[in-house]
Design a binder for this molecule. Structure first.
Ligand SMILES: [Zn+2]
Length: 349
């Protein structure tokens, strides 16, 4: 299947009542792991690259690896998404390269660290939407600020400092016309999200419920949603790693979100842990090995396993064949003639 827009994937997910995992990549093995997991579970999929990934791998490598994935797996709907665009220019460069959807994270200033004002966020996000939609590209915005730092992006601190306000979420969706909305509900980027199994005092799932009530048709996005499973932490530490005990977002909380309008779930840390654990195991058990394939192969398999699990848990498994790709050119027409709505349905309080 040609690369499709996340808007189509998320519209279909809303019809089917499921969520779609958006998995971060930096290299070929991670893309291969995700595509094999998608094939194994018959799942539509979003692959996303951060600015850090684009700098690490170079845009062209990433783009052509994605094209290869689309070519090799014609039965899988696949979207290529820019994670945390920090400025209008970054989003434009991703669209010019061939990304089929972008996130404009206007919750922070272009430095990727300082929280922006609401008005600044609306203005830059609207500007990206005005550039993207006529080209058939979907836009994710963010309202509220997530915790933690990943790939040099983030305000740091806990995820509780700038939670999303449901009234502001409504105004933001109305004024920007975004296709999906990332919400800050206490989650953080990176491995160290929570210092104990999160309860309602740190993970504000009730905010998702409240925002979904006001914006029943808007696709919500959960960032920082790795579950950081104990067994993956244990493998890393068993083979010489020194991770401090940490907790992620429990899968059942993500599933509660999915029942309340969450359509895109961002996962990165779980993949990283799976890869690192598998590589450490080979290094400890077979120190005579020196062919990178000897450890990258099990690393890729370990990532495939956790990604496939998430695809089943998010409900996207089994849905790859539900629909045909809408071309990006036809998405552009849809935005123009209004068949792709950008005016959110707003319910009264
Ligand atoms: Zn994020």
């Amino acid at each position: 299947m040609p690369l499709v827009s996340t808007r189509q994937l998320l519209d279909e997910a809303a019809k089917g009542g499921y969520g779609v995992g958006a998995f971060n990549v930096n290299n070929m093995e991670q893309i291969q792991a995700i595509m094999e997991a998608a094939k194994e579970t018959n799942s539509p999929v979003i692959i996303q690259a951060s600015r850090g990934a684009r700098a690490y791998a170079q845009d062209k490598y990433l783009y052509h690896l994605m094209l290869a994935a689309a070519e090799l797996y014609p039965e899988i709907p696949l979207a290529m998404h820019l994670d945390h665009g920090n400025s209008y220019e970054t989003c434009v460069s991703a669209i010019e390269l061939g990304f089929t959807s972008v996130m404009m994270d206007g919750s922070l200033n272009a430095d990727g660290k300082t929280p922006a004002t609401f008005e600044e966020n609306v203005a830059v996000t609207r500007k990206v939407v005005d550039y993207a939609h006529p080209r058939g590209i979907a836009v994710e915005g963010e309202i509220g600020v997530l915790g933690g730092v990943e790939d040099g992006h983030g305000a740091g601190g806990s995820g509780l400092e700038h939670l999303t306000d449901p009234d502001q979420a409504v105004e933001f969706a109305e004024r920007t016309g975004v296709d999906s909305l990332a919400v800050a509900i206490g989650t953080s980027h990176g491995a160290y999200k929570f210092t104990k199994k999160p309860d309602g005092s740190v993970l504000k799932m009730e905010l998702v419920v409240a925002i979904h009530k006001r914006l029943p048709k808007t696709h919500l996005v959960m960032h920082g949603s790795s579950s950081v499973p104990q067994d993956l932490q244990d493998i890393v530490n068993q083979y010489g790693g020194k991770l401090k005990q940490t907790w992620g977002v429990p899968v059942e909380e993500i599933q509660l979100g999915i029942r309340n309008g969450v359509r895109k779930v961002n996962v990165d840390t779980d993949s990283r842990l799976a890869i690192t654990g598998a590589i450490r195991k080979v290094f400890v058990e077979q120190p005579e090995k020196f062919d990178p394939r000897d450890y990258l192969k099990p690393a890729r398999a370990a990532m495939q396993k956790v990604v496939a699990q998430r695809m089943v848990q998010f409900g996207q498994a089994g849905h790859a064949g539900d629909y045909k790709a809408i071309s990006i050119a036809d998405m552009a027409k849809g935005y123009k003639d209004g068949t792709l709505s950008t005016k959110p349905e707003v319910a009264k309080k």
